[in-house]
Design a protein around this ligand. Structure first.
Ligand SMILES: Nc1ncnc2c1ncn2[C@@H]1O[C@H](COP(=O)(O)OP(=O)(O)OP(=O)(O)O)[C@@H](O)[C@H]1O
Ligand SMILES: [Mg+2]
Length: 233
């Protein structure tokens, strides 16, 4: 395995007196798409939020490209290039697609026009709808806008929290093609995904979280039944 780009060691984090993550270790190689699986409440969102700094780690190390990020503010971590698309997506519904996209470049610098062209090249549908307000778009299209906006900030590591969450099953293949196009761009990703089939279809590697620790790491070509057992039993 090549050297990891993201190296997480012994991360402990939680809320108030309640510990949720109890020593998480995780390696992600540059350009890799890792799917983070686990039952509801196993700590998946908490782990993403700890990587992006919204939840402070109490112990452990988070290194990106060799630099230690644990303990930095979300703002500083974002400047280092860890960009998260949350479960809620946080779009501005009354603004247009393009206005929402431009906000991504505004927050981390970069040539917005060039970045827009590159996002539109990956997601032609956003180019077609550039002037439409986001509230009029379908759930799958809104997810595309949220991911497009994250790309506008040129992430070194993209964190996706349940991109298919809340969407009709018909959108799942759409999310798969979004993630596939991110992989073509060599975007390094950690993606929480409840839909096991989707995770197996798009990810290079599967990581299973259980009660705040990683219990399984394997290539996405692995035994599906065994993964299900790891998650739920
Ligand atoms: N802001 C918070 N304050 C207090 N407790 C929280 C907070 N967010 C999450 N928790 C608790 O932490 C635990 C892990 O939650 P988390 O959201 O990380 O799980 P998850 O694996 O993402 O679950 P899901 O699949 O339902 O999204 C849960 O018991 C949850 O109730
Ligand atoms: Mg979650």
């Amino acid at each position: 395995m090549p050297d990891a780009f993201l190296t997480v060691r012994g991360i402990e984090a939680g809320y108030g007196g309640r510990q949720i993550l109890s020593g998480v270790d995780l390696d992600v190689v540059a350009g890799e798409a890792v799917a983070l699986l686990g039952a509801n409440g196993s700590g998946k969102s908490t782990l993403l939020n700890t990587l992006s700094g919204f939840v402070r780690s109490r112990r452990g190390s988070i290194r990106l490209g060799g630099e230690e990020l644990a303990g930095l503010s979300p703002h500083r971590i974002f400047r280092h290039g860890i960009v998260q698309v949350s479960q809620a997506r946080d779009l501005f519904p009354e603004m247009s697609v393009e206005e929402n996209l431009r906000l991504g470049a505004w927050t981390r610098g970069g040539d917005a026009t060039r970045l827009l062209q590159s996002v539109y090249a990956s997601f032609p549908r956003l180019a077609e709808r550039r002037t439409q307000t986001v509230q009029l778009m379908s759930g799958g299209e809104q997810q595309m806008v949220a991911i497009g906006r994250a790309l506008m900030s040129q992430p070194r590591l993209l964190l996706l929290d349940e991109p298919s969450g809340g969407l009709a099953p018909a959108f799942v293949s759409e999310i798969a093609s979004i993630v596939t196009s991110l992989k073509r761009r060599h975007v390094t990703m950690v993606m929480v995904e409840q839909n096991l089939r989707l995770a197996l279809a798009v990810a290079d590697r599967i990581v299973v979280l259980r009660d705040g620790v990683v219990v399984q790491q394997q290539s996405a070509g692995g035994d599906e039944e065994q993964i299900v057992r790891q998650i739920y039993l």
